[in-house]
Design a protein around this ligand. Sequence first.
Ligand code: ZN
Length: 320
Amino acid sequence: MRAVINTPDGIRTAEVDDPGEPGGQWVRLDVAAAGICGTDALLAGAGLGGFVYGHEFAGVDEAGRAWFVEPAIYGGQCAQCRSGNTQRCTEDGHGHLGVFRDGGMAEAVVVPEYTLLALPAGLDVKDACLVEPGAVAWHALTRAQVRPGERLLVVGGGTIGLLAAAAARHRGLEADLEARHAHQLAAAELLGAGRPSGAYDVVIDAAGSASSLARAAEAAVPGGRILPLGVYLETMPVPGSAVSQVKELTYVNSIAYGRHNGVREVEQVASMLAAEPEIAKSLITHRFSIEDAREAFRVAADRQAGAIKVVIEPGPTTRS
Ligand SMILES: [Zn+2]
């Protein structure tokens, strides 16, 4: 079957072994769409390969039922898993599909049954890959304990930043968003996010750079909370004493998503996307067939091209 892998020559589409027919608690899906994440670009740029890329994906089973795949792989037995924090699983083999193990940028996948989430009515299987980054943003809002009436700023207008603003609004919170590019600001406006002004109780850095984290600290009120939500390789460039200590800022970390009071965060986000179809319309800017994966990755990395979320559709019907 066709799949997206990384090689010494870069990201490309190649013939790989078919995952076969599953047994036991495993399910085979034909992948409808898989999103390209900034993390994929980082992994590809670092030369990491040996697995099929893609941790944001949804597909259809043999019976024609559509499923989102929560790509988290966890044991379910450790103290963290039992408390709902499956994203902090400490058991052997925990991780994510599409990160050092085969993921969803392929014609077909075989995944554990426990990863599946049935799509609510109103959420197209070709838009459902947004559930994954949406859950990252949703979990960050929960971790930051943003309360109604607090002022929230999101720094960064990529997929995660825009989804954080959309999720905040869906949860009855006000959010402003600061972004570099005109197409990101246009999407933010469509999603109801305001332009930045004044200081903020909570700032989410969804850009993930030293300058964006500095901007987040600068925009926070004394005593404010900063949530670094980018990927900071090697060290996290937290601004020094003159800002972080003088303002007594709290830095709250967040990774992936899990469960709260037994409810899967991916399920809450799927409901949001089903109820607010304009979110997917605003965020998914490009769709490519699986054969054009290399070009899809190039466009995803090119902010000037107007890309927000770029999606690869392995299925036979591709919309443009
Ligand atoms: Zn565990």
